[in-house]
Design a protein around this ligand. Sequence first.
Ligand SMILES: NC(=O)c1ccc[n+]([C@@H]2O[C@H](COP(=O)([O-])OP(=O)(O)OC[C@H]3O[C@@H](n4cnc5c(N)ncnc54)[C@H](OP(=O)(O)O)[C@@H]3O)[C@@H](O)[C@H]2O)c1
Length: 294
Amino acid sequence: MNNTTETPVTVIGLGRMGQALASTFLKAGHPTTVWNRTASKADQLVAEGALLAPTVSDALKSGSLTIVCVTDYQAMHRLLGADDIELDGMTLVNLTSGDSAQAREAAQWAEQRGARYLDGAIMAIPPAIGTAEATILHSGPQADFEAHKATLDALGTVTYLGADHGLASLYDVAGLAMMWSVLNAWLQGTALLRTAGVDAVTYAPFAQQIAAGVAEWLPRHAEQVDSSSFPAEVASLETHVRSMAHLIEESEAVGVNTELPKLIKAMADRAIAAGHGGEQYSVLIEEFSQPRND
Ligand SMILES: NC(=O)c1ccc[n+]([C@@H]2O[C@H](COP(=O)([O-])OP(=O)(O)OC[C@H]3O[C@@H](n4cnc5c(N)ncnc54)[C@H](OP(=O)(O)O)[C@@H]3O)[C@@H](O)[C@H]2O)c1
């Protein structure tokens, strides 16, 4: 594969994200063919130099690499599953958001039609595309990723996770879980401090410092998770739970929401009831690793 900026690229789906992707390829110098159900969304891209294909089939024929970015996998299957669509010999990079099962199923579906398939997940907003802040995750056959990495690099910080097509989706949601956990913890603390007249901006640098400090613990906790051995090197789960009770009491006393602290404590209480009170916090992986739907 010729990995210069002359490599032709096709982008199918020109919503907010697809337009950013196509525009970035154009700016990087790639001949870029585009297609969208609502053709008018290609107007600006055509003005920037994109070629608007009249049909999906024509769009696919224009480039050896096709990026698909539509609302969901159903839309992707509807578009590319039509009888007249020839996928044999194509490389598809599907940057549509979905879950890991959809990604694996789509990979099988595409490969049965003779296409090479990489699944991807975009961890960025459209304006960040083309900058280092845009993390774009890929999974699928490594050789296919390597063949197109130089082209995909135009989009941001492009990462390869492994051969299992489901990995990009799984990392995507794992990252979201991290993001919401940090934000929710910060909001809980902010709500508490505002009752004492401390505004969010004043508290934020302290919260940032705590979040960064806790992030430093992850590699050691991860070793414990991988070895299923949780000696309380720093603090036992019982010690944590006493502090959780304090957080709930303080939240109740000042009249802020207690749902999140209670949820956290309920999980830790169950682990203690199962005999893990003397172990390190990471023993909670056992709670997180089993379904619980109530
Ligand atoms: N925007 C973000 O910040 C962001 C960030 C990360 C990931 N993503 C992911 O990127 C993907 C696209 O998001 P977006 O923000 O670009 O969404 P969007 O602006 O709503 O655009 C949706 C795109 O999907 C097309 N589409 C939907 N159903 C279709 C169908 N049945 N047949 C053909 N085309 C269909 C739309 O075509 P029409 O124009 O004709 O309606 C449009 O091109 C999603 O999976 C989203 O989760 C977005």
